[in-house]
Design a binder for this molecule. Sequence first.
Ligand SMILES: Cc1cc2nc3c(=O)[nH]c(=O)nc-3n(C[C@H](O)[C@H](O)[C@H](O)COP(=O)(O)OP(=O)(O)OC[C@H]3O[C@@H](n4cnc5c(N)ncnc54)[C@H](O)[C@@H]3O)c2cc1C
Length: 389
Amino acid sequence: MATRKSFEVAIVGGGPAGLLAAILVAKTGVKTICLAPRPKSIDRRTSALMRGSLDILSDANVLETLLSLSATLDVIRIIDNTSHVFRGPQVEFDSAEIGGDPFARNFHNTDLVKVFHEKARSIKNLTICDDAVVDIHPEDDCVKLDTESGLTVSVKLVVGADGRMSPCRKAAGISAKISKLPQSALVFNVEHSRPHENVSTEFHRNAGPLTLVPLPGDNSSVVWVETHDEAARLNKLDTDDFKDFLSDQSFGVLGKISETSPRAIFPLSNLSVSNVGRGRIALVGEAAHVVPPIGAQGLNLGIRDAATIADLVSKATKSGTDLKQCVDEYSRSRRRDIVTRSGFVNLLNRSLLSDLVPVQILRSSGLAALAKIAPLRKIAMKTGIGPQV
Ligand SMILES: Cc1cc2nc3c(=O)[nH]c(=O)nc-3n(C[C@H](O)[C@H](O)[C@H](O)COP(=O)(O)OP(=O)(O)OC[C@H]3O[C@@H](n4cnc5c(N)ncnc54)[C@H](O)[C@@H]3O)c2cc1C
């Protein structure tokens, strides 16, 4: 027989965006449930989280535990390794030029989820269930959720953090525009003989960037964006051939390389929605937006989504307003950030893929200006045109 339970807010999804939303929403004091089925596979990605995101993790009381598991990004080096006729010079964004605080910290996604999960379990007014939602019924005064194990939950607000296929998005009647990109990202970790010195290096190549991101010790995570065929070919290479090819393509910046994790492939796409909320359902993380892994924007956006909805829940609770009011406000306040950041990432990606000479000239002269003119570089860093904080 089905068990019925009432909560104020339900978070659907136990990825990093969902668990963080659950912690932040529960921190406001409302009775919260997070329906978070265990992941079916290991997420081998890492996430570089910018200063603003780190502040939010600190507010959620999870940053301290995560610090020793992460490495800082103090310098971001961009090397134009395209075969375009017009190529830009090497540009280095150094956080020392704008006060010295690192641009970001790089975390294993598995560490983020583990630490968020542990924190979530310690919060009294937050119930965490290893249970998937199978049916969502939006009604006027509540949303009813049926789960795989036979639980029926009735809530005033649903935070849909259920990833790119998002059943919550569908139940809210929000349609998504999805475009598949002609690229895949190959993801893996390496150990190396030369220290990374907390420099993240991006080789901009014709099919996308090859990015080496610092991890603790002499370790780095690699995100290698290529055409689907080339990514599949690289994925099949035996270890020695693969290491040699990576050393060659990254000009030996990390010295001698050994792989420390299996490789994983992510076909890339864009997903956008016109509204990130409707009725009593608000979407956070990849349920609301998917961008290619260029400029490390995806989860940073998801973390700001989580903080915004929690903030609105807090205000509504204090003023005694129906939590439904949060959804329109959430949708309005997240629009600009999501549209600008997604637009920036797509522009950068298209400028690499473009065969148009004017686009290549614009790109290379932009890099040249940033390389030569220190005040311009500082403006770029502070306004987020360069490394986005
Ligand atoms: C190669 C690569 C590198 C990246 N690097 C960075 C980076 O450096 N910095 C950065 O900010 N971002 C980065 N990103 C983006 C980042 O990885 C994603 O934004 C983030 O992992 C998405 O988290 P999420 O919680 O929104 O979604 P997910 O992790 O997909 O979680 C969704 C959850 O919903 C659950 N779910 C689905 N259906 C149901 C249901 N019916 N009931 C209950 N639960 C359900 C799933 O089980 C899952 O746990 C990268 C992405 C890629 C592809």
